[in-house]
Write a protein that binds this ligand. Structure first.
Ligand SMILES: Nc1ncnc2c1ncn2[C@@H]1O[C@H](COP(=O)(O)OP(=O)(O)OP(=O)(O)O)[C@@H](O)[C@H]1O
Ligand SMILES: [Mg+2]
Length: 655
C-alpha cells in the first residue's frame, strides 16, 4: 500500500514537476516577449542569434526572422560595435561584457544609444549568451540638457551660488568667483556669511530664516564684501531649492554687480539736486541781493553822517560787516549754481594771489604758517578775479580747519604743460599749457571715503554752523566755468594738496581799475535817470548820486520812466541807470523807446540775475555797460563818472 501509495505519488509528482516547469517556461516566455528592455540570446559557440524579443527587433526595425541565425556582427545596427570575435573572447574569459553607452543605428537610419550587458550561462550542456539591451536615448538627451544648463550656470556672468538650509555653500560658479574673488575650492563647504559685511549681520539672519522657511526673496540691492575686503553693490535674489518630494534643502542665490549703476544713479541724483538748488538760489538771489544792497548802502550813508569818534560809527560798521558776509554767502550759492554773472578778465595769477594775501591771512590762526610761493614768469589766464578770491578763500579755510593744532599752508603758482600721458589718466582734461595754482596743508588728510564725497553739494564733516558743504563744489564749478580743472592728493595724517589748472591765454593783461576806497568819490552835475522797482534801492541810489551833485530823476518801472522823461524839462538826460528786469516794461524795451528821444543816451544796466537771464533780455551786447548787484555805492559812482567821461573801466565792463 505504502509502495503503491508512494508509486502513485511518484507519478503525480512527476506530472506536477513537468506542469510546474511548463508553467514557469510560459511565464518566462511572456516576460521575454513583453519586456521593455531588449533581450538577445546567442549561441556561445557560434555567436549566432538563437532568439530575440519583440522590444529589441522592433527597436532596431527588424523582424525576428531577420535576426535569428545571424551573428551580431552581420547586423547593420551593431556594425560600430567591437567585433563579434572580440566580444566573444571577452565573454568567454570574463563571462560578462558591459557597454555603458553603445551607439546603434536602426535599420531606417535613426541613431539611438543603448546600454548593452551580456553574460554567459549554461543551459543543459550548452553555453548561451544573454544580452540585455536598454534604450537610453531619452536619458542621454536629458543628461545633455542638464549639462548644457550646468554650463550656462557655470559660465554665467551673474554669481550663482547654492547653499544648504544652514548657509553652507554647495555650489559656486565662475560668476561668483569673479564677483566675490573666492574660488569654488575656497568657498564650497564654508558658510555664506563671510560675504556679509559686519554691519549686515541682521540681513544675514533674516535671509537665512527665509531660506529655512523655503521662501524666495525677490531681488534687492545690498552690499557684500569681496575676498580683498572691498565692498561692492550687488543686486541679490534668492530661490529655495526643493527636492522632488517637496523638502527644502537649501537655496540658490543669484547676484550681480551694480556698483556702476549705483554710481550713475548717485551722479544723476546729485545733478538733479544741483539743478533744484540752482533754481532756488537763482530765484531768491535777486531779492536777497537787493536787500543786502540796501543794508550796505544805508550803512555807508549813516557812517558818513555820524561823527568819526562816536560809538555809533562802530555799530554801523558791524552792520555793514555782517551784510558783507551775507553777500559772500549769496555769491557762494550763486557761483556754485552757475547763476552768477562771470566777469572774466585777462590777468596775472601772481598779482591776484598777492592782492588776496592780506584777506587770506585774516582767515587763519596764528599757529598756522602761511607761505605764498609765486612762480616765475607765469603765463596769463582769463578768469574772474572775484572768483579766484572765492576759490582761494574756500581752499584756505578748508586747510585751516584741517590743521586745528597748527601747521603749514602753502600757496604756489607755476606754469605747467599737461601732456598726453596726463590727459590719458585724467578724464575730461585736454593737453595744453596751463597755470597751476596749488594750496597745500599739513593737516589731517582725507580717507578714501571722504575723498569720494567731498565734491558733493552739502557734504560736510564740520559741526553745524561751521560748514555748509558748499566750499569745494563751488570751487569746482568756478574752475570748470573758466575752462580749468581741479585735482587733489591727500593722505591721512600727512595733509592735502589741491591743484587748479587754468588754461594759459596769449592776450595782454586787462588794466584793472581797482576801487580805491580812500581816494575821493567822483562828483558830477549831469542829469541822470534811475529806474528801479525796489523802492529802498531806488531811494539809496538817488540819495548817493544827489549827494555827489547829480540831478536825479527817478522811476519805478519802464513805463513810468518814459513818462518821467517825456515830462522832463531842462538839461537833457545823459545817462540811465536801469534794472534789467522789472514789471510792466523791462529795461531793454524802455531803453529803445528812450533812445528815440535821446539818441546819445548812455545806459548802465544793473541786475542780480544770471548770465542766462541777461542773454534772454538782450543786454549782453557789445558796449552795453553792466553792474552786477549788489554793488557798492562807490562802484556805482566810479562807473557813472567813467561812462560820462567816455573812459574804460575794464574791471566792470563786460567784454
Ligand atoms: N584740506 C582739507 N583737509 C582735510 N579735509 C578736507 C580738506 N578740504 C576739504 N575737506 C573735507 O571735505 C569736506 C567738504 O569740504 P567743503 O569745503 O566742500 O565743505 P565744508 O568746508 O565742510 O563747508 P563750507 O566750505 O561750505 O563751509 C569738509 O567738510 C572736510 O571734511
Ligand atoms: Mg570748506
Amino acid at each position: 500500500m505504502k509502495t503503491n501509495d508512494q508509486n502513485g505519488n511518484g507519478k503525480d509528482n512527476e506530472t506536477r514537476t513537468e506542469q510546474a516547469l511548463r508553467a514557469s517556461e510560459i511565464s518566462y516566455r511572456r516576460l521575454f516577449e513583453a519586456a521593455k528592455d531588449g533581450i538577445l540570446i546567442l549561441d556561445a559557440d557560434t555567436g549566432r542569434i538563437n532568439d530575440v524579443n519583440p522590444f529589441l527587433f522592433n527597436l532596431l526595425g527588424f523582424s525576428r526572422s531577420d535576426m535569428v541565425g545571424k551573428t551580431v556582427g552581420e547586423l547593420s545596427p551593431f556594425k560600430d560595435m567591437e567585433s563579434n570575435k572580440v566580444m566573444l573572447e571577452r565573454l568567454q574569459k570574463d563571462g560578462y561584457v558591459r557597454y555603458e553607452d553603445l551607439p546603434l543605428e536602426t535599420r531606417d537610419g535613426r541613431r539611438i544609444a543603448v546600454e548593452f550587458v551580456s553574460n554567459v550561462y549554461q543551459v543543459g550542456d550548452h553555453d548561451v549568451i544573454q544580452c540585455n539591451v536598454r534604450d537610453i536615448t531619452e536619458r542621454k538627451a536629458a543628461e545633455k540638457e542638464r549639462s548644457r544648463l550646468a554650463a550656462i550656470i557655470e559660465w554665467s556672468d551673474d554669481a550663482i551660488v547654492s547653499i544648504t538650509a544652514n548657509g553652507i555653500v554647495i555650489g559656486w560658479n565662475h560668476g561668483a568667483e569673479r564677483l566675490y574673488g573666492y574660488t569654488a575650492e575656497e568657498m564650497i563647504g564654508r558658510s555664506i556669511s563671510i560675504l556679509f559685511p559686519p554691519d549686515h549681520y541682521r540681513e544675514y539672519l533674516r535671509i537665512m530664516k527665509e531660506v529655512k522657511d523655503g521662501k524666495s526673496v525677490p531681488s534687492f540691492d545690498t552690499v557684500r564684501q569681496r575676498k580683498d575686503g572691498t565692498l561692492i553693490n550687488v543686486s541679490v535674489g534668492i530661490t529655495p531649492i526643493e527636492t522632488l518630494e517637496g523638502e527644502i534643502v537649501g537655496a540658490s542665490k543669484n547676484s550681480h554687480d551694480i556698483t556702476r549703476i549705483k554710481k550713475l544713479q548717485a551722479q544723476f541724483i546729485e545733478a538733479q539736486k544741483m539743478e533744484v538748488i540752482g533754481q532756488l538760489a537763482g530765484g531768491v538771489a535777486h531779492d536777497f541781493n537787493n536787500i543786502l544792497g540796501v543794508i550796505i548802502g544805508y550803512s555807508d550813508l549813516v557812517v558818513a553822517e555820524l561823527s568819526p569818534d562816536g560809538p555809533g560809527q562802530k555799530y554801523v560798521e558791524e552792520i555793514r560787516h555782517a551784510a558783507e558776509r551775507a553777500t559772500g554767502l549769496t555769491r557762494q550759492l550763486l557761483a556754485f549754481s552757475r547763476k552768477q554773472t562771470v566777469q572774466p578778465v585777462v590777468l596775472d595769477l601772481n598779482d591776484t594771489v598777492i592782492d588776496l594775501d592780506k584777506m587770506l591771512r585774516r582767515l587763519i590762526d596764528e599757529n598756522i604758517e602761511m607761505v605764498i610761493v609765486p612762480g616765475k614768469e607765469i603765463g596769463r589766464i582769463k578768469a574772474d578775479p572775484g572768483y579766484i578770491g572765492q576759490v582761494l578763500m574756500n581752499l584756505v579755510v578748508n586747510a585751516r580747519d584741517a590743521m586745528p593744532n597748527g601747521g603749514k599752508l602753502t600757496i604756489t603758482t607755476t606754469n605747467v604743460t599737461l601732456d598726453e600721458s596726463y590727459v590719458r589718466t585724467h578724464t575730461g582734461t585736454i593737453p595744453g599749457d596751463y597755470v597751476m595754482l596749488s594750496v597745500s596743508d599739513t593737516g589731517t588728510g582725507m580717507t578714501d571715503e571722504l575723498k569720494a564725497r567731498m565734491f558733493e553739494a552739502f557734504f560736510t564733516t564740520k559741526p553745524k554752523g561751521k560748514g555748509t558743504g558748499l566750499g569745494l563744489v563751488t570751487c569746482q564749478t568756478i574752475v570748470q566755468q573758466s575752462g580749468g580743472y581741479i585735482s587733489f592728493d591727500s593722505e591721512v595724517g600727512k595733509g592735502t594738496i589741491f591743484r587748479i589748472y587754468f588754461p594759459r591765454v596769449e592776450q595782454p593783461i586787462d588794466i584793472l581799475t581797482k576801487l580805491d576806497e580812500t581816494s575821493s568819490l567822483p562828483r558830477g552835475t549831469e542829469t541822470l535817470l534811475v529806474v528801479e522797482d525796489d523802492p529802498s534801492l531806488r531811494y539809496l541810489a538817488c540819495a548817493v548820486l544827489e549827494a555827489q551833485g547829480y540831478k536825479v530823476l527817478r522811476a519805478s518801472n519802464g513805463q513810468d520812466a518814459l513818462h518821467v522823461a517825456r515830462e522832463h524839462k531842462g538839461l537833457p538826460i545823459s545817462l540811465v541807470i536801469a534794472d534789467v528786469i522789472m514789471p510792466l516794461m523791462g529795461g531793454k524795451v524802455m531803453v529803445e523807446w528812450l533812445k528815440t528821444t535821446y539818441p546819445d543816451l548812455k545806459i548802465l544796466f544793473t541786475s542780480g540775475y544770471t548770465d542766462d537771464a541777461l542773454f534772454r533780455y538782450g543786454v549782453q551786447e557789445e558796449g552795453v555797460k553792466f553792474l552786477p548787484k549788489p554793488y557798492p555805492q562807490v562802484a556805482l559812482l566810479r562807473k557813472i563818472r567813467a561812462m560820462l567821461d567816455n573812459k574804460t573801466d575794464t574791471a566792470m565792463i563786460r567784454k
